[in-house]
Design a protein around this ligand. Structure first.
Ligand code: SIN
Length: 279
């Protein structure tokens, strides 16, 4: 395959063309795509045409599949894939926009997913972008005093923090048995593949920070989040049909935008890849 890789923004994101993920990848192409993912944190592989089973096979070029928590969204015919759809509703009838509000995926796991892969099946005519924030860049620009203050702090992550502005869809009984009650992860983590430090925050899941009272913890989290989501650290992905995007949950926050006509459907397949314990 003659794969071309080019940047999508200054710090974050590359696109790859000339790759057909429905076919086995040669070793050189696989290594280049994996390296581009580690270097740029988001890789968008354009012009794919994949069945659910082909997607499951394709993502294993990049790692081992992570079992997602809320089995309510699993595809019956291929449960390793979950779907994201703007056509689902909360039990009270209001529309559910999965992924709205900055977060990193499944940080309430002891070993959270290193990557999330989305594959666009149906898109609105405009809007519905995914926004990413580069938490390595944001960490590196912090004042030294802040870096020292947060160096050894750990946050407690739960399925849904009582402080979260966004309400998640309830877990199925089956999922509740598998999801840990709480895990502690460092606020600053080191990337296991490129060695860079990044902020590891999740406003939806962090409930406490060791050694800080509730007000101090929330003030600190808000201060760090406000710093991180500045436009200069963002990459905004405008989806095209056939896009397969894979991002690095170890060093990015992301969010879905619900800013489009909900008479139109936004429907994507989602698969995650196993990561390590954050350190
Ligand atoms: C997610 O948070 O995993 C979904 C992001 C999106 O739908 O753009």
């Amino acid at each position: 395959m003659s794969c071309e890789i080019s940047p999508l923004s200054e710090y974050t994101g590359v696109e790859a063309r000339g790759v057909d993920l429905s076919q086995p990848l040669d070793g050189d192409t696989r290594a280049r795509l994996n390296q581009a993912f580690v270097d740029a944190s988001v890789i968008v592989i354009r012009d794919q045409s994949l069945t659910a089973d082909q997607l499951v096979t394709a993502v294993q070029n990049f790692g081992e599949i992570f079992p997602q928590h809320n089995t309510k969204f699993a595809l019956p015919e291929c449960p390793q894939i979950h779907y994201l759809s703007n056509q689902d509703r909360y039990p009270d009838g209001t529309r559910y926009i999965p992924g709205a509000g900055y977060h990193t995926d499944h940080s309430n796991a002891a070993e959270p997913p290193k990557a999330t892969v989305l594959y666009a099946i149906e898109l609105p005519d405009s809007g519905g972008d995914t926004q990413y924030v580069n938490m390595q860049q944001a960490y590196e620009d912090l004042p030294e005093e802040t870096k020292t203050r947060i160096a050894r702090l750990k946050g407690t992550h739960v399925y849904q923090s009582k402080h979260s502005a966004r309400k998640l869809m309830g877990l199925t009984d089956e999922a509740k048995k598998k999801v840990p009650d709480a895990v502690r992860h460092p606020i600053v983590r080191t990337h296991p593949e490129n060695g860079r430090k990044s902020l590891y925050l999740n406003p939806i899941r962090i409930e406490e920070i060791d050694g800080l009272d509730e007000t101090e913890a929330l003030d600190l989290l808000n201060e760090l989040l406000e710093h991180a989501i500045q436009e200069k650290y963002q990459y905004r992905h405008r989806w095209r049909l056939g896009d397969l995007a894979m991002w690095d949950n170890r060093c990015l926050l992301h969010k879905a935008n619900g800013d489009y006509d909900h008479g139109q459907t936004r429907y994507l397949y989602r698969v995650m890849l196993q990561g390590d314990k954050p350190v």
